[in-house]
Design a protein around this ligand. Structure first.
Ligand code: GDP
Ligand code: IMO
Ligand code: MG
Length: 428
C-alpha cells in the first residue's frame, strides 16, 4: 500500500499528528502538502510530548524521510526554531527535504494577517496570525516568494520590490502602519538561505521515484476538510487545500498514485476561530468536553469550541475526499456520559437536510437533529481490541460508522502512541 493520505475530516485538531506518527515506523516518506505553522500537532511518545507545527509528524520516526512539499508556506525562522528544538531533544532532522517551489512567509505577510483581522473587527476569521492567508494570496496573485528565489539575490530583490510596491500602499494608506523596506525583507529572508540550501530539492521527483521503487509515502494534511478553501465553511477557512486533492497539487504526485485516503475524526467535534458550528455546545457540557479532552490549541493556546459528533460533516468529508477509512479519535473523552447525542441531519427553517447545505446561510442556520446513543462508564484507555470496549462504546462506534458512510479502521483511546485499537490495517 504505497501512497496514503491522512487528513482531517472536521475543523482540525482531530489527532492527525498521532495518526501519522503511529504509522511512522512503517513508512518511508512523510510529506506535508499544505498549510504552514498554523498547524499544531501534539504527539505523545513514551509519555514525552512533542508539538509540531511546520515539520511533518513523521519526523519523529527514525528512518522516515520528512518532506515539505510545494503546497506548504514556510516561515523560515519557525522552521529552524523547530528543527533546533527537536535536535536538542535528540530527534534526527537531517533527512528533511524541502521543495524548491514552496512559498515563503515574509514578515510583511504576518503583519498584513494581523492588521487585516483587526480591521475586520466583528467579521474577523480568527486566524492564527501567522501570515498564512496573505502568503497564499501572494501565491495566487503571482507575487509570492519561493524557496528557489532565496538562492539568487538579484531575483529575490526584484520579487520583494514587486510585492512591497502594492503592500506598502495598503499598509501606509489603509492601515496606517509604517512602510516595510526592501532591504529589511531581503535581509530577513537571506538570513536562513544557506542553512536551507542543502535540504532543497525537487520533492515531486523524489516522491515519484520513491513510489516507483515501491516505497510507502504518507501525505499528511494540515488543517481539515471544513477549513479547506474550496470545500470548507468559506470564508471561515484557512487559505489552502486541506482535502485529498491538495495532497496531489501540494506534492506533485498524481491522483492515480494515491491508494488510500484516511480521514481522522474526533468522537465529538471541535473548532478554533470564528465561523458556523451547528453542534457547538455553549453550556457546561461544552466546558466538560474541553476540560476532559484538553481542548486548547497547540498553536495559539486558544480554548477550542466543543460540540457533539456531526455525521453530516463526516459524510461530507467522505464525499469530497473519497475517504476509504476513518480513524476515530478521543473516544475515551466521552466516557462517563449517560447519553451521547450525535447529529444525523440538520433542520433549516423547518426543512430537513441529510446532506451539507450548499448555501452558506443555510449552514449558518442549521439546527442539529440529534439521535441519542447510550453512554458507558468503564475506563477504556487500556483497551487495545475492539472487543475490549464496553458494549455501549462498541455500539457508539458502529453507529458512527453506519451514519458516516466510511469504515472506522482505527480508534483512539488516549493520547499515547500505543493507545489505539486497530480494526483494519491502514497500510495493507
Ligand atoms: P492534529 O492537529 O490533528 O494533529 O491534532 P492536535 O494535536 O492539535 O490535537 C489533538 C490532541 O488530542 C493532541 O493533544 C493529542 O495528543 C490528543 N489525542 C490524539 N488522539 C487522542 C485520543 O485518542 N485520546 C485522547 N485522550 N487524546 C488524543
Ligand atoms: P491543525 O493542522 C484548527 C483555523 C484558524 C482560523 C482559520 C484560518 O492543527 O488541525 P489561518 O491562520 O490558517 O489563516 O486561520 O483556520 N486553523 C486551524 N484550526 N487546527 C488547525 O490546524 C488550524 N489551522 C488553521 O483558527 O479559524
Ligand atoms: Mg492541531
Amino acid at each position: 500500500m504505497p501512497a496514503v493520505v491522512v487528513l482531517g475530516a472536521q475543523w482540525g485538531d482531530e489527532g492527525k499528528g498521532k495518526a501519522t506518527d503511529q504509522l511512522g515506523s512503517r513508512v518511508d516518506h512523510v510529506v506535508k502538502f499544505n498549510g504552514g505553522n498554523n498547524a499544531g500537532h501534539t504527539v505523545v511518545i513514551d509519555g514525552e510530548k512533542y508539538a509540531l507545527h511546520l515539520l511533518p509528524s513523521g519526523i519523529l520516526s527514525p528512518g522516515v524521510v520528512p518532506v515539505i512539499g510545494n503546497g506548504v508556506v514556510i516561515d523560515l525562522e519557525v522552521l529552524f526554531r523547530e528543527i533546533d528544538a527537536l535536535e536538542a531533544r535528540g530527534v534526527d532532522t537531517s533527512k528533511l527535504l524541502v521543495s524548491s517551489s514552496a512559498h515563503i512567509i515574509a514578515g510583511y505577510n504576518r503583519t498584513i494577517d494581523k492588521v487585516t483581522e483587526r480591521f475586520l473587527g466583528k467579521r474577523r476569521i480568527g486566524t492564527t496570525g501567522r501570515g498564512i492567508g496573505p502568503t497564499y494570496a501572494d501565491k495566487i496573485s503571482r507575487v509570492g516568494i519561493r524557496v528557489q528565489d532565496l538562492f539568487d539575490e538579484h531575483i529575490l530583490r526584484q520579487k520583494v520590490e514587486g510585492a512591497l510596491d502594492q503592500k506598502n500602499h495598503l499598509l501606509v494608506k489603509v492601515y496606517n502602519r509604517r512602510a516595510i523596506t526592501v532591504d529589511e525583507t531581503v535581509a530577513e529572508l537571506l538570513a536562513y538561505a544557506e542553512r536551507l540550501r542543502p535540504m532543497v530539492t525537487d520533492t515531486s521527483l523524489v516522491l515519484n521515484q520513491a513510489l516507483d521503487a515501491g516505497r510507502t509515502v504518507l501525505f499528511e494534511a494540515g488543517q481539515a476538510t471544513m477549513l479547506d478553501v474550496d470545500h470548507g465553511t468559506y470564508p471561515f477557512v484557512t487559505s489552502s487545500s486541506a482535502t485529498a486533492g491538495g495532497a496531489c497539487t501540494g506534492s506533485g504526485v498524481g491522483p492515480t498514485r494515491i491508494d488510500r485516503v484516511v480521514g481522522v475524526i474526533k468522537a465529538y467535534t471541535t473548532r478554533v476561530g470564528e465561523g458556523p458550528f451547528p453542534t457547538e455546545l455553549l453550556d457546561e457540557m461544552g466546558e466538560r468536553l474541553r476540560k476532559t479532552g484538553g481542548e486548547y490549541g497547540t498553536t495559539t493556546g486558544r480554548p477550542r469550541r466543543c460540540g457533539w459528533y456531526d455525521a453530516v460533516v463526516a459524510r461530507y468529508a467522505g464525499r469530497v475526499n473519497g475517504l476509504t477509512d476513518l480513524v476515530l479519535t478521543k473516544l475515551d473523552v466521552l466516557t462517563g456520559l449517560e447519553k451521547v447525542p450525535v447529529c444525523v441531519a440538520y433542520d433549516v427553517n423547518g426543512v430537513r437536510h441529510d446532506e451539507m447545505p450548499v448555501d452558506q446561510s443555510d449552514f449558518h442556520h442549521a439546527v442539529p437533529v440529534y439521535e441519542e446513543l447510550d453512554g458507558w462508564w468503564e475506563d477504556i484507555s487500556e483497551c487495545r481490541e475492539f472487543s475490549d470496549l464496553p458494549v455501549n462504546a462498541q455500539r457508539y462506534v458502529l453507529a458512527l460508522e453506519e451514519m458516516s458512510g466510511t469504515r472506522i479502521s482505527g480508534i483512539g483511546v488516549g493520547p499515547g502512541r500505543e493507545a489505539t485499537i486497530v480494526r483494519h490495517d491502514l497500510l495493507s
